[in-house]
Design a protein around this ligand. Structure first.
Ligand SMILES: CC(C)(COP(=O)(O)OP(=O)(O)OC[C@H]1O[C@@H](n2cnc3c(N)ncnc32)[C@H](O)[C@@H]1OP(=O)(O)O)[C@@H](O)C(=O)NCCC(=O)NCCS
Length: 183
Protein backbone atom coordinates (compact mmCIF):
# COMPACT_ATOMS: atom_id res chain seq x y z
CA UNK A 1 0.00 0.00 0.00
CA UNK A 2 1.62 3.28 -1.12
CA UNK A 3 0.37 6.67 0.06
CA UNK A 4 1.33 10.11 -1.24
CA UNK A 5 1.99 12.49 1.65
CA UNK A 6 2.25 16.26 1.72
CA UNK A 7 4.67 18.11 4.02
CA UNK A 8 2.37 18.15 7.06
CA UNK A 9 1.60 14.45 6.86
CA UNK A 10 5.26 13.62 6.24
CA UNK A 11 6.47 15.61 9.23
CA UNK A 12 3.78 13.90 11.31
CA UNK A 13 5.53 10.56 10.80
CA UNK A 14 9.09 11.94 10.76
CA UNK A 15 10.28 9.70 13.59
CA UNK A 16 8.99 6.57 11.87
CA UNK A 17 10.59 7.66 8.59
CA UNK A 18 13.86 8.30 10.45
CA UNK A 19 13.82 4.74 11.74
CA UNK A 20 13.29 3.38 8.22
CA UNK A 21 16.08 5.64 6.96
CA UNK A 22 18.51 4.47 9.67
CA UNK A 23 17.71 0.80 9.05
CA UNK A 24 17.98 1.03 5.26
CA UNK A 25 21.26 2.97 5.33
CA UNK A 26 22.75 1.16 8.36
CA UNK A 27 26.53 1.18 8.26
CA UNK A 28 26.78 4.20 5.99
CA UNK A 29 28.23 7.52 7.06
CA UNK A 30 24.96 9.48 6.72
CA UNK A 31 22.64 6.91 8.38
CA UNK A 32 21.64 8.99 11.43
CA UNK A 33 17.85 8.61 11.60
CA UNK A 34 17.38 11.30 14.27
CA UNK A 35 19.24 13.88 12.22
CA UNK A 36 17.16 12.83 9.22
CA UNK A 37 13.88 13.28 11.14
CA UNK A 38 14.76 16.53 12.93
CA UNK A 39 16.95 18.39 10.38
CA UNK A 40 16.99 16.99 6.85
CA UNK A 41 13.30 16.20 6.45
CA UNK A 42 11.96 19.47 7.94
CA UNK A 43 14.36 21.48 5.75
CA UNK A 44 13.38 19.64 2.60
CA UNK A 45 9.68 19.51 3.42
CA UNK A 46 9.61 23.32 3.16
CA UNK A 47 10.82 23.25 -0.46
CA UNK A 48 8.68 23.77 -3.56
CA UNK A 49 6.41 20.90 -4.55
CA UNK A 50 7.68 18.63 -1.75
CA UNK A 51 6.18 15.17 -2.13
CA UNK A 52 6.80 11.99 -0.17
CA UNK A 53 5.50 8.50 -0.84
CA UNK A 54 5.40 5.89 1.92
CA UNK A 55 4.86 2.13 1.66
CA UNK A 56 3.10 0.15 4.38
CA UNK A 57 2.60 -3.59 4.34
CA UNK A 58 -1.03 -4.61 4.70
CA UNK A 59 -1.87 -5.87 8.17
CA UNK A 60 -3.60 -9.23 8.47
CA UNK A 61 -7.23 -9.01 9.52
CA UNK A 62 -10.32 -7.57 7.81
CA UNK A 63 -10.85 -4.63 10.16
CA UNK A 64 -7.51 -2.88 9.68
CA UNK A 65 -7.55 -0.45 6.78
CA UNK A 66 -4.65 1.70 7.98
CA UNK A 67 -1.85 -0.70 7.03
CA UNK A 68 1.15 -1.71 9.09
CA UNK A 69 4.31 0.20 9.85
CA UNK A 70 6.14 2.12 7.15
CA UNK A 71 8.63 -0.17 5.40
CA UNK A 72 9.88 2.25 2.77
CA UNK A 73 9.63 5.77 1.45
CA UNK A 74 10.91 8.15 -1.20
CA UNK A 75 10.69 11.92 -1.51
CA UNK A 76 11.70 14.87 -3.59
CA UNK A 77 10.94 18.50 -4.47
CA UNK A 78 11.57 21.09 -7.14
CA UNK A 79 15.25 22.06 -7.03
CA UNK A 80 16.72 25.46 -7.81
CA UNK A 81 20.16 27.06 -8.09
CA UNK A 82 21.22 28.45 -4.72
CA UNK A 83 20.36 25.21 -2.98
CA UNK A 84 23.27 23.15 -1.70
CA UNK A 85 22.73 20.06 -3.85
CA UNK A 86 22.02 21.96 -7.08
CA UNK A 87 25.10 24.13 -6.65
CA UNK A 88 27.33 21.19 -5.76
CA UNK A 89 26.21 19.25 -8.82
CA UNK A 90 26.45 22.28 -11.11
CA UNK A 91 30.06 22.80 -10.00
CA UNK A 92 30.91 19.18 -10.78
CA UNK A 93 29.47 18.93 -14.30
CA UNK A 94 29.88 20.79 -17.57
CA UNK A 95 28.19 24.21 -17.86
CA UNK A 96 26.13 22.95 -20.79
CA UNK A 97 24.81 19.97 -18.84
CA UNK A 98 24.08 22.17 -15.83
CA UNK A 99 22.20 24.69 -17.96
CA UNK A 100 20.16 21.91 -19.52
CA UNK A 101 19.24 20.02 -16.34
CA UNK A 102 19.54 22.13 -13.21
CA UNK A 103 16.86 24.55 -12.05
CA UNK A 104 13.19 23.67 -11.91
CA UNK A 105 14.00 19.97 -12.01
CA UNK A 106 12.31 17.45 -9.70
CA UNK A 107 15.02 16.31 -7.33
CA UNK A 108 14.67 12.81 -5.90
CA UNK A 109 16.44 13.01 -2.57
CA UNK A 110 15.90 9.70 -0.82
CA UNK A 111 14.68 6.20 -1.54
CA UNK A 112 14.82 3.68 1.27
CA UNK A 113 13.26 0.31 2.02
CA UNK A 114 13.96 -1.68 5.19
CA UNK A 115 16.02 -4.81 4.48
CA UNK A 116 13.23 -7.23 5.51
CA UNK A 117 10.94 -5.79 2.80
CA UNK A 118 13.52 -5.47 0.01
CA UNK A 119 13.47 -7.52 -3.18
CA UNK A 120 9.67 -7.49 -3.63
CA UNK A 121 9.29 -4.51 -5.93
CA UNK A 122 8.53 -1.94 -3.23
CA UNK A 123 11.46 0.30 -4.17
CA UNK A 124 10.41 0.36 -7.82
CA UNK A 125 6.78 0.99 -6.86
CA UNK A 126 7.81 3.89 -4.61
CA UNK A 127 9.84 5.53 -7.37
CA UNK A 128 7.00 5.11 -9.84
CA UNK A 129 4.47 6.60 -7.41
CA UNK A 130 6.78 9.48 -6.49
CA UNK A 131 7.09 10.81 -10.02
CA UNK A 132 3.60 9.85 -11.22
CA UNK A 133 1.72 12.84 -12.62
CA UNK A 134 4.41 15.42 -11.88
CA UNK A 135 4.63 18.27 -14.38
CA UNK A 136 8.44 18.40 -14.47
CA UNK A 137 10.23 17.91 -17.74
CA UNK A 138 13.49 16.99 -16.02
CA UNK A 139 14.20 14.91 -12.95
CA UNK A 140 17.54 14.38 -11.25
CA UNK A 141 19.08 12.21 -8.57
CA UNK A 142 22.47 11.05 -7.40
CA UNK A 143 23.16 7.44 -6.60
CA UNK A 144 26.06 5.07 -6.14
CA UNK A 145 28.55 4.97 -9.01
CA UNK A 146 29.19 1.27 -8.49
CA UNK A 147 26.89 -1.54 -9.56
CA UNK A 148 24.22 -2.26 -6.97
CA UNK A 149 20.49 -2.42 -6.47
CA UNK A 150 19.65 1.30 -6.43
CA UNK A 151 21.33 2.34 -9.71
CA UNK A 152 20.01 -0.80 -11.41
CA UNK A 153 16.50 0.09 -10.25
CA UNK A 154 16.71 3.64 -11.62
CA UNK A 155 18.00 2.43 -14.98
CA UNK A 156 15.20 -0.14 -15.18
CA UNK A 157 12.72 2.70 -14.69
CA UNK A 158 14.19 4.63 -17.61
CA UNK A 159 16.62 6.99 -15.88
CA UNK A 160 19.78 7.72 -17.85
CA UNK A 161 23.31 8.10 -16.55
CA UNK A 162 24.30 11.74 -17.07
CA UNK A 163 27.66 11.51 -15.27
CA UNK A 164 28.97 8.11 -14.17
CA UNK A 165 31.26 9.50 -11.45
CA UNK A 166 30.93 13.03 -10.10
CA UNK A 167 34.25 12.65 -8.29
CA UNK A 168 33.07 11.40 -4.92
CA UNK A 169 31.70 7.94 -5.82
CA UNK A 170 28.27 9.20 -6.84
CA UNK A 171 26.69 9.11 -10.27
CA UNK A 172 24.24 11.69 -11.63
CA UNK A 173 21.08 10.25 -13.17
CA UNK A 174 18.45 12.14 -15.12
CA UNK A 175 14.99 11.43 -16.44
CA UNK A 176 13.63 13.45 -19.34
CA UNK A 177 9.89 12.92 -18.99
CA UNK A 178 9.05 14.74 -22.19
CA UNK A 179 6.33 16.58 -20.29
CA UNK A 180 6.22 20.16 -21.60
CA UNK A 181 5.69 21.55 -18.11
CA UNK A 182 8.06 23.42 -15.82
CA UNK A 183 11.78 23.29 -16.66
C1 LIG B 1 17.55 0.58 -3.22
C2 LIG B 1 16.36 0.06 -2.45
C3 LIG B 1 15.46 1.20 -2.06
C4 LIG B 1 15.58 -0.89 -3.36
O1 LIG B 1 14.40 -1.31 -2.68
P1 LIG B 1 13.68 -2.68 -3.02
O2 LIG B 1 12.33 -2.64 -2.44
O3 LIG B 1 14.54 -3.82 -2.65
O4 LIG B 1 13.60 -2.57 -4.61
P2 LIG B 1 12.95 -3.62 -5.63
O5 LIG B 1 12.37 -4.76 -4.88
O6 LIG B 1 12.07 -2.85 -6.54
O7 LIG B 1 14.21 -4.11 -6.47
C5 LIG B 1 15.32 -4.70 -5.80
C6 LIG B 1 15.72 -6.04 -6.43
O8 LIG B 1 14.68 -7.00 -6.22
C7 LIG B 1 14.30 -7.56 -7.47
N1 LIG B 1 12.88 -7.88 -7.36
C8 LIG B 1 11.85 -7.00 -7.33
N2 LIG B 1 10.68 -7.68 -7.22
C9 LIG B 1 11.00 -8.99 -7.16
C10 LIG B 1 10.24 -10.17 -7.04
N3 LIG B 1 8.91 -10.13 -6.96
N4 LIG B 1 10.90 -11.35 -7.00
C11 LIG B 1 12.23 -11.39 -7.08
N5 LIG B 1 13.02 -10.30 -7.19
C12 LIG B 1 12.41 -9.11 -7.24
C13 LIG B 1 14.63 -6.49 -8.48
O9 LIG B 1 14.80 -7.03 -9.76
C14 LIG B 1 15.92 -5.97 -7.91
O10 LIG B 1 16.97 -6.85 -8.24
P3 LIG B 1 18.50 -6.37 -8.49
O11 LIG B 1 19.03 -5.83 -7.20
O12 LIG B 1 19.20 -7.64 -8.88
O13 LIG B 1 18.50 -5.35 -9.59
C15 LIG B 1 16.79 -0.72 -1.19
O14 LIG B 1 17.69 -1.73 -1.59
C16 LIG B 1 17.45 0.15 -0.14
O15 LIG B 1 16.78 0.79 0.67
N6 LIG B 1 18.80 0.16 -0.13
C17 LIG B 1 19.54 0.95 0.86
C18 LIG B 1 19.34 2.42 0.65
C19 LIG B 1 19.67 2.87 -0.76
O16 LIG B 1 20.60 2.38 -1.38
N7 LIG B 1 18.89 3.82 -1.25
C20 LIG B 1 19.08 4.39 -2.57
C21 LIG B 1 20.12 5.46 -2.48
S1 LIG B 1 20.43 6.18 -4.08
Amino acid sequence: MIAVLDRTASLGIATELGEVFATAFAGEEHSDGVRFATEQLPTHAARDDFRLVAARLPQPGPLDTSGGPVVGFAYGFTGWPGQWWSDRIAAAISPDLAAEWIGGHFEVVELAVVPEAQGRGIGAALMTALVDGLPHRRMLLTTYADDRTAPRLYRRLGWQVLVQDLGWGSALYGLDTGVPGID
